[in-house]
Design a protein around this ligand. Structure first.
Ligand code: SER
Length: 315
């Protein structure tokens, strides 16, 4: 990538956007990374920021054009649990937002775009263990339906218009740097905060609910490695499976107890249990390993230690 390539991020204040913006700025220069979000940032930070509602196609094009953007990371979306409160609104934001990103990209002539898909793109009829790249996908949530559709539109815009579009199916992402909002995997971040602040946690999933997860550092590295790979290496133009760790709430609690022996957990499953049960328990990411050399670094023990260490400093 040229040193002056301009990058636009939507949803830059979100859980992943916050960290990705920072990493991209370290890598490509603060002024080259244009953070956008529907809300102003909560903390002051250096570097360009623009208010952008992804439903506003004209503004999307204008911001991309004004800054001479060459890459888009389109992260803005409503997640799984929150999405069920307003299914049609979620569809609107997740899908129309994506079309506006494609169209702004075509208009200003971007070189490359990233769109995150999710394990939520799978459904209850997909194999649960080591879920294959090409598994049958009939998701239950509107979020999952929008991600599956988004993946197919990625491939369509790539084939039809030659746009270089890239995507991964993120598992639940766990990090100390930012808080998630409205997801089903959010318990795995909240548990750390509550463990340090209160010494106990009430989990909205059952003790034995296994889900694929990934530490934030791995997720950001996966994103950058995919985006930096040569175009001819990218053989999948829907979205790549990527795996990090997988665990149940009980296993995570036991790992936290190794550091905080008095920590207690109890379980009050709610509607999110059904969402989680429709998702894979573990992921086969051999295609990402083969095509662009993906390899996770964090296991449950390393992730837990790092989370507690960083959060203890801020508690
Ligand atoms: N973390 C997301 C959610 O729980 C899954 O992609 O909705």
């Amino acid at each position: 990538m040229d040193s002056d390539t301009r990058i636009l991020i939507t949803g830059a204040n979100g859980q992943i956007g916050t960290v990705l913006t920072q990493r991209l700025r370290q890598k490509y220069g603060t002024q080259n990374v244009i953070a956008t979000d529907i809300r102003p940032p909560q903390k002051e930070f250096e570097g360009p920021f623009e208010l952008l509602d992804v439903l506003d196609a004209q503004r999307f094009e204008q911001v991309a054009g004004d800054y001479g953007v060459r890459q888009i990371y389109h992260l803005a979306a409503i997640l799984s649990a929150k999405g069920e409160e307003q299914p049609l609104r979620t569809w609107e934001i997740n899908m129309r937002g994506l079309f506006h990103a494609f169209e702004a990209g075509l208009k200003v002539g971007i070189d490359r775009m990233f769109f995150p898909s999710s394990i939520a793109a799978f459904g209850p009829d997909s194999p649960k263990v080591e879920t294959p790249q090409k598994a049958y996908r009939a998701p239950l949530t509107v979020y999952g339906i929008s991600k599956t559709a988004g993946e197919n539109w990625m491939k369509y815009y790539h084939q039809r218009y030659g746009l270089d579009l890239r995507s991964v199916r993120y598992p639940g992402i766990i990090g100390y740097q930012s808080m998630p909002g409205g997801g089903t995997t959010d318990y795995a971040i909240d548990i750390f905060h509550q463990a340090l602040q209160k010494g106990s946690y009430t989990c909205f999933l059952k003790a034995d609910t296994r889900l694929p997860m990934m530490y934030m550092d791995d997720a950001i590295r996966a994103t950058l490695e995919l985006m930096e790979a040569p175009a001819e290496a990218i053989r999948i133009r829907t979205s790549y499976n990527i795996a990090g760790v997988n665990f149940t709430p009980a296993e995570l609690a036991a790992e936290i107890q190794k550091h905080l022996p008095d920590f207690t957990i109890h379980y009050e499953p709610d509607f999110r249990q059904q969402i989680a049960e429709g998702w894979p328990q573990s992921i086969d990411d051999s295609a990402a390993r083969r095509d662009w050399g993906w390899q996770a670094e964090y296991d449950l023990a390393k992730m837990t230690e790092d989370m507690l260490q960083h959060l203890a400093l801020t508690c």
